[in-house]
Design a protein around this ligand. Sequence first.
Ligand SMILES: C[S@@+](CC[C@H](N)C(=O)[O-])C[C@H]1O[C@@H](n2cnc3c(N)ncnc32)[C@H](O)[C@@H]1O
Length: 365
Amino acid sequence: MKHILTCVDLFCGAGGLSKGFLDAGYDVVLGVDYDDAALETFRKNHGHATAMKLDLYNHENLDQIVKFLDKKGIRNLDVLVGGPPCQGFSYAGKMDINDKRNFLYLAMVKLTERLKPKAVLLENVLAMIEANGGVGAKRVIEDFKAIGYNMTPKILFAPDYGVPQVRRRVFFVGIRDSKKTFEFPTPTVQPEQYITCEQAISDLPSLQTEDGQIIRGEKVQDYMTPPNSSYQEKMRENSSKVYNHTGSIPIEKTRKMIALVPEGKNYLALPDEYRGLYKYHEALTRYHSKKPSLTINTGHRSHFHYKWNRIPTVRESARLQSFPDDFIFFGNQSDQFKQVGNAVPPMLGQAIAEQIKKYITETEE
Ligand SMILES: C[S@@+](CC[C@H](N)C(=O)[O-])C[C@H]1O[C@@H](n2cnc3c(N)ncnc32)[C@H](O)[C@@H]1O
């Protein structure tokens, strides 16, 4: 019988990364995080996987993961994945290389040392490789090298793998006992074919009345149109209703201002009297219908729908992150935005998962 590869996800959040591993046919057995809402989302969307609440600052807690796997009879874990938090490196936050959150990845190093998985995958923000001479990336590479894993880093661009969003993240992959350098999956989509915002979300309810009033909408809704693209068909494959699609009603001033911004433009397109109100370079950005979206963040409310005068809903953001419609988010709305914005797009995760599978299977032969 063919061995189904096992996967554990540390700092799992909603589990975008491990959803990619599920879709690539792995058996995702465990997700670990300390956020209750994220764990609920993980639990309800990852089949039989266990969602475990642990504080990963405390390495003594890793004992519980080892015990759990032992009890399950998993003595040779195939893949350990994780996206440790990155606020200390993130350009969006205050950059401090000694921020204690920058050392959370050590939980992955310690667990790798104990479990010796066949492969390990770590995801993070570009600042890890680009800021302060790449000190973050150097630490990761050295610490894994010391325990026998040669990590190969690479920046991947999500649209190259069919994700309708210009997200760039750095991924590190180490294969145990492999002399070969890991080759990341080659892009599957050419720039002229990048999936656009319109192809991604045009079938979702507008949440707008005929006279332009924005409404919140029901908890569960019907699609506004049949699928308008193959991307929408894929997203709707296992769902007949729309969840996580309630709108946020903008204050009148914001609604008036965003109505003045053409698609693809930002606050700089406003008349002089309004422009000075904003400094943040992405403020009041309206997505372009014919391009992928900007990077989905954790809910800063600065991005707007390409057509409607409101911010994208959780579902629209999830679509732009390539989460299918049957993947439902739990917690309050701000928890949900955080889970979506923090995630690795499942389709990108899947591309890497399939590539890792080739290497593990090779080492097994
Ligand atoms: C960038 S997100 C991971 C997203 C995930 N890889 C995905 O694809 O959906 C980082 C996660 O680390 C969790 N986290 C932060 N500090 C933690 C700690 N001390 N112990 C456990 N989890 C922690 C956060 O709750 C958050 O869900």
